[in-house]
Design a protein around this ligand. Sequence first.
Ligand code: BES
Ligand code: MN
Ligand code: ZN
Length: 499
Amino acid sequence: MEIDAIAGDIIQATTDAILVGIYEQQLLEGEISKLDTALGGVISQLVQSGGIQGKLNELTVVHSLGKLPVGWIAILGLGKKEQLTPDRIRGAVGEACRNLVKRRVTTLTVLPPGADSGKMERTTVAQTISEGAILGLYKFGRHKTREGESGELKRLTMLGTTENVLSETRRGGDQGKIIAEAVNLARDLVNEPANYMTPTILAEKAREITQSHHMEITILEQEQVRALGMGAFLGVAQGSQQPLKFIVMRYFGRDTREIDLALIGKGITFDSGGISIKPSEGMGDMKGDMAGGAAVIAAMRTIAELKHRINVIGIIAATENLPSGTALKPGDVIKAMNGKTIEIITTDAEGRLTLADAISYARKEKAKAIIDIATLTGAMQVALGNICTGAFGNNQALMDKVLKAGEQAGEYIWQMPMFEEYKEQNKSDVADIKNSGGRPAGSITAAQFLAEFAEDTPWVHLDIAGTSDTDKEKGYQVKGATGVPVRTLINLAKALAPS
Ligand code: BES
Ligand code: MN
Ligand code: ZN
């Protein structure tokens, strides 16, 4: 989708449709009253009769019937003016765009709500309109052989009144497009069936992106992984026929080789559970067990595109988790890269094994901060549902930055407790640690396991098991992968850039 901003009169717009916002109890004045007049008063009549109330996400679509060059006029409720937030704009615009595309709208003019709306800056308003449209219209149709019935929004034009407003609107629109397309890239990688998203294919995607965005990449093969002593990652991969890939993307946004931040994404391209096999119902969803890795790839691309002044490495230990004659077994003991031995209680707790070695690698690279993102535990979904991501860490200053980055992105993140006492559950009789602490507080004990490998490096773990996909179409989210927490990671890289 093309996003642009032009100066012009709403009355003269020649696109298929116009989208204007209306607040609760708003007086019709300015641009919207011009439209009303041109349409013979239909908007004001609807407002008077209560047909248009301005409630959040309420959409009223009327046809100009030749009174204006444009076809449809869509009036979008924005709720109470003082309650408008960037995320409300994203959601309302996403839903409105889906509605209009069903009406065969291919070009749309949007009149952004004024700068007084909810104390947001104009750039933010424009950015969130652009994000809402691109995210809300996302579709994953690659494997449908017949062209979908559905149309496509090709161009979204925002109107600016003055030169100043125009340049802010354009800047916000462009920024929103870059960010939303990154989220959609992550969604694409996650939605892809596991036979089309093997570790090899995931590594190739990462390679393409680094090559087109002036980043470096190293992809370690099994022998190199063995030489580094990554017995935990190797253990998970040994059941699969697909070769493992240890992917390291490197972006240098400043003139040193110091690594300011390591982003580590869980990269299980399919999680059957291994020998501790999962029930077959819903197992197909486990094609999305590389959502953390996808978020890292998408965030890395965007950090490079936006040229943030920070050095970041992105690490993904990619493999399948499958049962076979060579697979890891419950009771096995393996040795991780940092020398710690791990007793396997269940082969379905594979994510923490791959992450353990990825974290050790980041520490060996002397990363100053580590964020890992993982669809790690079903228990996370039980604790926080599908609404927010759980955050765990060993450093409150870094945690606060992550929470703030999430808040700015409109991606809910909730900090979880990390009391020492939880470590008890991970104690093994035969090894240094075991890979499952049982059912109680399953997400916390998983995080405590990772903490053993992060050691004294500032580290935050984001468990996205509940938030990485959705079965509902709502606001700017559509069924399937959500692309969470790509927008948070992009904000975080900016916030962590040394000044
Ligand atoms: N990938 C799963 C976690 C998951 C579950 C993600 C549901 C998304 C939706 C993970 O590898 C897993 O299987 N975890 C186990 C851990 C347990 C065996 C200690 C779980 O949560 O059941
Ligand atoms: Mn598992
Ligand atoms: Zn898993």
